[in-house]
Design a protein around this ligand. Structure first.
Ligand code: AMP
Length: 291
């Protein structure tokens, strides 16, 4: 009798080299963070697809969907110069047949805290579009290949840590034949984590925002160089650096998004330090992945 695990691994049980397809899902306005995902995909796969789609279902009615930066021509130029094989830039009507589709909810324990607390419909929208993109990749591979299957890798940034963990959970829970690759955070020359939304910041706001990477890099220094791992000590340090800013959340979480200290530890190990601040309605995220 076949068990589920046999079915899932059955397609891997042959020796022929399987062509590899890399998918990099983005909302465009591409920067060096996106570029690092794209370059890694090109280096490690036979075909790279970059999707550019400002996904309406992950924005709430009060958010910045209409004014989200859109630079499609420049994005296509960058993709072409990097050697991307396919840029997939559909419009909303192509991706959504109606506003009453089947939807997918994130796990209750992961999807409605942190970003999900401030944006309760956000991760359902993310999962819906990511699953659609995965299925489009899978079905196009199926149709284009008579004899062989492609293996599909999807590239996500650790910058959006909660998104990455929830997508990984979807892949796991729904047995999706996709390998999720987690890519490190890319920072600007002043250390602010690159984000398409950074263009909203005035020069003064940007200066204020730099406290965020200062706090992250200080925590990294304390852990890596000084081996200080006491969660309360580290949080107090970050708090003092972020003083005067609106902190939406700041704490150490396990990879299941449980609070590390509720998990029964006082030490920061194998966890993620997640921080979000708001400067005049502009939300900025940053984080540190701790071994
Ligand atoms: P976005 O276009 O903002 O939806 O981002 C598309 C992908 O790029 C997501 O997987 C992000 O996590 C990733 N990404 C965005 N900014 C960065 C960054 N600074 N470093 C690494 N990855 C990033």
């Amino acid at each position: 009798m076949f068990k589920k695990s046999h079915l899932i691994t059955a397609h891997k049980d042959h020796n022929r080299a399987v062509p590899k397809l890399g998918l990099v899902p983005t909302m465009g306005a591409l920067h060096n963070g996106h570029k690092s995902l794209i370059e890694s995909s090109i280096k490690n796969n036979d075909v790279t697809v970059v999707s550019i789609f400002v996904n309406p279902t992950q924005f709430s009615p009060t958010e910045d969907l209409a004014k989200y930066p859109r630079t499609l021509e420049k994005d296509i130029e960058l993709c072409t110069s990097l050697g991307v094989d396919i840029v997939f830039a559909p419009d909303a009507k192509e991706m959504y047949s109606s506003n009453d589709e089947v939807t997918l909810n994130p796990p209750k324990s992961m999807g409605y805290i942190l970003e999900g607390y401030y944006r309760p419909t956000h991760f359902a929208g993310v999962l819906q579009i990511v699953l659609k993109l995965f299925n489009l990749m899978l079905s196009s591979c199926y149709h284009s290949s008579q004899t062989d299957a492609y293996s599909i890798r999807a590239y996500f940034g650790k910058k959006d840590a909660q998104q990455l963990l929830i997508v990984q959970k979807m892949v796991h829970d729904l047995y999706l034949p996709i390998e999720v690759i987690a890519m490190p955070i890319v920072r600007d020359t002043d250390s602010l984590a690159l984000s398409s939304r950074n263009v909203y910041l005035t020069p003064t706001q940007r200066q204020q925002a730099l406290a965020l990477p200062r706090a992250i890099l200080r925590i990294e220094h304390l852990i890596v160089q000084e081996n200080i791992r006491d969660i309360e000590t580290l949080k107090a340090e970050a708090n003092s650096i972020l003083q005067g800013l609106q902190i939406d959340y700041m704490d150490f979480y396990t990879h299941n998004l449980t609070l590390a200290k509720e998990y029964g530890t006082r030490e920061a190990r194998k966890c993620i330090f997640l921080v979000a601040i708001t400067i005049d309605k502009i939300r900025l995220l940053d984080n540190l992945w701790i071994e």
